[in-house]
Each structure stands twice: as C-alpha cells, then as structure tokens.
Design a protein around this ligand. Structure first.
Ligand SMILES: [Zn+2]
Length: 205
C-alpha cells in the first residue's frame, strides 16, 4: 500500500485527527471522521469572489476615510468630522493611547489587510505567485483579530443615538460606507479559501 500524498492530508482543528482529504465537488463540505467538525468547504471560484469583494471593500474604505462620519447641527452651527479628524481630536484631548488604538484598529490594520489580500490574490488571478506570499498569508491570519471596524461602528452608533437628544445628528457618507464595508469584509473572509490558495500557488510553481 502506497503512503498517502502529504498534500491530501488534513488535520482536524478540533480533535487533531490526521486524515486524507477527499476530492469533493464545489459547494460540498468535508467533515472529520472522528468528531464530525467541518474540515473545509469547497467553494466555487472562492478566491476570485474574495478578490472582487476585497477590491470593492478597498473603494469603500477610501470613501469611509475621506468623507465625514457624522454631521452635528447644534443651534445652527454645523460640525463634521472624518475618521482621521476624530483621531486628531482624541490626540489633542491628551488621549494619545485611545487615539493610537482607534488609528490602528480602524485605519492601519484594515488598510494593510485589504492591501495584503489584494497583493496575494491579484497576481494569482493571472497565474503568478506574488513575492512574499507566505509571510503575507501568515500576517493576514494573525492581524485579522485587530481589525475592529465593527466595534468602532457600534461606538459611533451609540454616540449618534445619545447626541440626537441634544442636537440634530446626520449620518455622513463615511458612516454608510463603514456599514457596507463591514458586510463586504465578512463576505470576503467567508469566501477566502486557504486550500484553493495553496493549490493555485502549487500550480504556478
Ligand atoms: Zn475531529
């Protein structure tokens, strides 16, 4: 009996059972033979869908950073701020740590994550593996928990609800963009298929 191909072996992330991954048609999923946990799902052009969603998310990310988040109208005086303006205001109010956290979790990490995914997937779309693909893949996996646009969005919504008692608060274009961005990022993350990525990388070698 010949030994199994190492590329077809897969370890269950729940119980660590090493098993042979079967060839499955798109849309189906493989489950662990011991504990029943889902091992992987075969997506239909998952990486191309992920790339398209990431590029769309990149456009929304730019809009979300260029336009005001909220416009506050207090007795005829209008005040609006962008995300960078909010970071600057926090810094000016002697809260450098909070300003740094907001900057890192809502601007820096999401921007690098969007760039890194595009860097990995765009050349693969044309049959090439991007330089530094492996560290890039590891970085995206480890940095994802630090992207907290959802938390920021929740904070802004709570602030808008509280401010609406004392002033007229109009959600800015950036707020709508952030809402759509959260949905696109979640869809891109679910379309990302690590198995397909490495299979395509192997085909480029
Ligand atoms: Zn298992």
């Amino acid at each position: 009996m010949s030994p199994p191909n190492p590329d077809s072996l897969i370890a269950c992330h729940e119980c660590d059972l090493l098993q042979t991954a079967p060839d499955l048609p798109p849309g189906s999923a493989a489950c662990c033979a011991r504990c029943g946990a889902r091992l992987f799902r075969v997506t239909h052009h998952g990486l191309d869908r992920c790339l398209a969603l990431t590029l769309a998310a990149g456009v929304l990310f730019v809009i979300a950073n260029l336009f005001p988040i909220v416009i506050v109208d207090l007795q005829g005086q209008q005040v609006s701020t962008t995300l960078m303006g909010a970071v600057r205001a926090l810094y000016a109010q002697e809260r450098p740590l909070v300003a740094a956290l907001v900057f890192a979790t809502t601007m820096l990490v999401p921007a690098i994550e969007l760039f890194a995914i595009t860097w990995m997937l765009l050349p693969l779309r044309f049959g090439h593996a991007a330089p530094g693909l492996r560290p890039c893949f590891r970085w995206v996996q480890s940095a994802r928990p630090w992207s907290m646009i959802e938390v920021f969005m929740l904070g802004v919504l709570v602030s808008v609800a509280k401010l609406s008692h004392v002033a007229v608060v109009v959600p800015g274009l950036a707020l709508w963009s952030f809402g759509a961005l959260i949905l696109l990022l979640a869809a891109a993350a679910s379309a990302f298929d690590g198995r397909e990525l490495w299979a395509r990388v192997a085909r480029t070698a």
